[in-house]
Design a protein around this ligand. Structure first.
Ligand code: UDP
Length: 235
């Protein structure tokens, strides 16, 4: 597989074309942003960790019947993925109150829900990724009814698999963000990444935060938290 021109540079990854039109190459960076790009920094080693953690999770989910864009890990920071057109929805699943949920509804963080919740944000940096419901997404032509039904089903399945996995490594899976894409044949697959950048992980015993909140909230030991999560996940 040959790496060709860069197609896109995002906040945490670069995406390149390859000599196969159906396959892209993702290159993970150490750059970190928060609050819609307002806070910027570097988390040394993050790119390599997020690459390996994401690929591990994607392969586990494939085995459990969730279709993903994963093709092949090439190097510490580089992975081949299927070319998809991203459905511009951020799909957020929550098991425990935190972050914007706690803020929006005026409740403390750490309330354990009886049932997981799902919500969507419209992926649009200019608008600041506003919360959106499925009827609005339909009205805006962002996704079809069938797409939204499939995405919802898959997102809860991902939660089931990940919650169980993280419980066994002493981590509470608080919440996380997923993105889905459509392959050329119209199949919805899980895309983007699953990492301490996109999930909230709390140590089950100490409740210590082991995710990007350490960066967002200036809690210190950011690199250590990412390292610790990689150790727990990859063994
Ligand atoms: N999240 C993300 N990207 C975003 C927004 C949220 O990966 O642009 C993740 C975040 O890391 C957390 C979950 O989605 O695990 C829920 O985030 P929340 O809505 O609480 O927003 P935040 O408090 O991070 O602004």
């Amino acid at each position: 597989m040959e790496k060709r021109e860069m197609l896109y540079e995002g906040k945490a990854k670069k995406v390149y074309a390859t000599d196969n039109a159906d396959v892209l190459l993702v290159d993970y960076k150490d750059d970190a942003t928060a609050f819609n790009g307002l806070k910027k920094g570097t988390i040394t080693g993050k790119g390599a960790i997020n690459n390996r953690v994401t690929n591990f999770m994607m392969q586990m989910l494939e085995k459990e019947g969730v279709p993903t864009h994963f093709v092949k890990e090439l190097s510490e920071r580089e992975t081949l993925v299927k070319r998809v057109s991203i459905v511009p929805l951020e799909v957020i699943i929550r098991n425990i109150s935190a972050g914007s949920f706690a803020k929006r509804y005026g409740v403390e963080e750490g309330i354990v829900f009886n049932e997981p919740t799902i919500e969507f944000s419209y992926k649009n940096d200019d608008l600041g990724d506003p919360l959106i419901n499925s009827y609005h997404a339909l009205a805006l032509g962002i996704a079809t009814k069938e797409d939204i039904a499939t995405i919802t089903l898959l997102a809860f399945k991902v939660n089931q698999v990940m919650k169980e996995f993280f419980k066994n490594v002493g981590v509470d899976l608080v919440d996380f963000k997923l993105e889905f894409g459509k392959t050329s044949d119209g199949t919805i697959v899980l895309a983007d990444e699953i990492s301490p950048d996109t999930c909230r992980f709390w140590d089950s015993k100490t409740h210590e935060k082991l995710d990007k909140d350490r960066f967002r909230r200036d809690l210190g030991n950011v690199e250590d938290a990412y390292q610790e999560m990689m150790k727990r996940i990859l063994g």
